[in-house]
Design a protein around this ligand. Structure first.
Ligand code: MG
Length: 286
């Protein structure tokens, strides 16, 4: 653990070098505007990289900026062993199976390859043909063991519910000299809320997300209920009825905008060869 009160040490990195990682405008990973620099907070074990020029988040009582490296780092928890390892799990009988290791026919065409029972992220994101709102979602993913070109592409993907609200996928197990900001680590509500704990397994091991999501509710253009997420990462609770404050964005706070009650699910392609298997969803009709 490190103290959030450590004085940050400013280190300018090339933001333009990161722009090559912004593979799809639709998934909103855009480079920061010119002059906005990554900053590095030194810790006992290395450093945490993030941003300080970004807006303060009202839901933290304005204590932290979006992607703030000074935010406390979630405690590490070693998950127990799931009964399904190393084989893929399977879906309950009433689920819509989105991927069972054979093909991506439930998804719009994408350059992701399927082999040996898994799908591997290619260029661009994967989007379901069907739209979903409130749901229970399960998926299994594996971060690559190959070295990333940059710390921001270290097993970077994401589950983007309704194509708008991202639960981050990232290698947050390996201890590197540079760690990503807590609201961008694995199982964070990206750019908003870190997970309660860090239950990440190491790269090359299968991991599970079990997500219960409720969609935002609008009356006309007015938001009347925020989206929420309750979630297990490798069987460990990482969010409980956590409100989602707005659509996923990089370095920004973006307000809700009215949208249909059901939209396609997106799995983010971010230039990392993440692997996925056993993806299923149970729409919650209430
Ligand atoms: Mg992501």
């Amino acid at each position: 653990m490190t103290s959030p009160v450590n004085r940050p040490t400013l280190t300018a990195l090339s933001v333009s070098a990161l722009s090559t990682l912004a593979l799809s405008a639709s998934v909103l990973w855009a480079p920061a505007a010119s002059g906005n620099e990554l900053v590095t907070r030194k810790t006992d074990s290395g450093s945490i990289v993030g941003y300080k020029h970004t807006p303060l988040m009202p839901w933290t009582a304005n204590r932290y900026h979006v992607h703030d490296p000074d935010r406390p780092v979630p405690k590490r928890v070693t998950p127990g062993l799931p009964p399904t390892r190393p084989e893929a799990g399977s879906a309950p009988s009433d689920a819509i199976v989105l991927f069972a290791g054979e093909d991506l026919s439930k998804w719009k065409p994408a350059s992701w390859k399927v082999q040996d029972g898994y799908a591997e992220a290619g260029a661009g994101s994967l989007e379901t043909s069907e739209a979903f709102g409130d749901c229970q979602l399960h998926l299994e993913w594996m971060a690559p063991t190959t070295p990333a070109k940059h710390m921001m592409s270290r097993g970077n993907s994401g589950v983007i519910l309704m194509g708008k609200y991202e639960i981050q996928i990232f290698d947050s197990h390996a201890v590197h000299a540079e760690q990503i900001y807590p609201d961008g680590q694995a199982a964070s509500v990206y750019g908003e809320t870190p997970p309660l704990v860090n239950a990440c397994r190491r790269p090359g091991q299968w991991q599970s997300f079990d997500i219960v999501f409720t969609a935002p509710v609008f009356e006309g253009d007015k938001l009347v209920k925020r989206a929420t997420v309750t979630m297990l990462h490798n069987g460990v609770l990482v969010h409980l009825n956590q409100e989602i404050m707005g659509p996923m964005a990089h370095c920004q706070i973006v307000p809700y905008q009215s949208h249909p009650p059901k939209l396609p699910l997106v799995i983010q392609g971010h230039g990392s060869p993440l692997r996925f298997r056993n993806i299923w969803i149970r729409p919650l009709e209430r």
